[in-house]
Design a binder for this molecule. Structure first.
Ligand code: NAD
Length: 291
């Protein structure tokens, strides 16, 4: 079994990006600048945004954190987004999801200018992604493709089962892996909460992408020998033995599945750090377009 080490791989990618940034600076070109909008004070969202800001510092990007009250109106939030759209120093920005219930998430996603949408969530970018045209790929599926490429894990002709059909992970992952691309060309089955006899399907998979958000859902008896496992799930599970009072759990029961897997991502240290690295890559792309 080979561990797909997202932490080490993301560090390599960050080193590569940092080198690019040094070159840009030496040539007197613009420093890439990422902004992040955080609404409210949800613990997990704050952690994600802070690690994105920290990652910017690590590679020499400029970063701006826009912190807004939980009670902000939809109209006021849309105004903030318009300001970021019009700020020529900012190459790209993200709005950390989920948003408070009184705000229409779709409206907010649509308000981000597609050229600054480094999360790749705007319908224009989703459409380009689906047509296999150059665009900002959503960071989590993009990170998974990159991890497969760096470890040279063959996907062509393989049967990949994706569990979960969210717009940010499962759905784009299924589209990208089925496309005619270097780490694509797979035969993909997209499964979800209404799928019947999931175990029968996962037992046929050469590779499984688990993105459903149920801790340790996929167990050893649901997979065949030599399967490739990508565990996207990150759930905080109460654990009084930990200083923070919780541990992070993936969607895969690591102990039983890793015994059968040829490759597997750990949680933490697998897909999570890759997601952040790819957000940086998208920001670098946005900056190069602005050059
Ligand atoms: P979501 O909550 O939006 O959607 C979950 C999906 O799982 C749905 O499509 C649903 O149909 C499916 N599902 C639910 N129960 C199921 C079942 N019993 N069988 C089959 N399918 C089922 O999911 P999301 O936003 O894609 O997040 C999934 C997980 O991935 C979460 O734990 C989240 O925290 C994590 N996540 C991690 C990263 C990362 O960078 N590593 C990024 C995004 C999300």
């Amino acid at each position: 079994m080979i561990l797909l080490d997202g932490k080490a791989t993301s560090n390599t990618i960050k080193d590569e990006i940092a080198e690019e940034v040094s070159k840009l600076k030496a040539l007197g070109k613009k420093t890439p600048h990422l902004a992040a909008v955080l609404v409210g004070s949800d613990g997990a969202s704050m952690t994600y945004v802070n690690s994105k800001v920290k990652a910017c510092e690590r590679v020499g990007f400029k970063s701006t954190l826009v912190k807004l009250e939980e009670s902000i109106s939809e109209e006021a939030l849309l105004k903030e987004i318009e300001k970021l759209n019009n700020n020529i120093d900012i190459d790209g920005f993200i709005v950390q999801l989920p948003l408070p219930k009184h705000i229409d998430e779709q409206k907010v996603i649509m308000a981000v200018h597609p050229d600054k949408d480094v999360d790749g969530f705007h319908p224009t970018n989703v459409g380009k992604m689906a047509l296999n045209l150059p665009t900002f790929l959503p960071a989590t599926p993009y990170g998974i493709l990159e991890l497969l490429e760096r470890y040279n894990v063959e996907t062509s002709g393989k049967h990949v089962v994706v569990i979960g059909r969210s717009h940010i992970v499962g759905e784009p992952m299924s589209i990208l892996l089925a496309q005619k691309r270097k780490y694509g060309n797979a035969t993909v089955t997209l499964t979800h909460s209404r799928t019947k006899n999931l175990k029968e399907i996962t037992l046929q998979a050469d590779m499984i992408v688990a993105a459903l958000g149920i801790p340790e859902f996929l167990t050893g008896e649901m997979v065949k020998d030599n399967v490739v496992i990508i565990d996207v799930g990150i759930t905080r599970v109460d654990d009084t033995t930990k200083p923070r009072g919780y541990r992070l759990a993936g969607d895969v029961h690591f102990e039983s599945v890793s015994k059968k897997a040829s490759y597997i991502t750990p949680v933490p240290g697998g897909v999570g750090p890759m997601t952040i690295a790819m957000l940086l890559k998208n920001t670098l792309l946005a900056c190069s377009r602005n050059d």
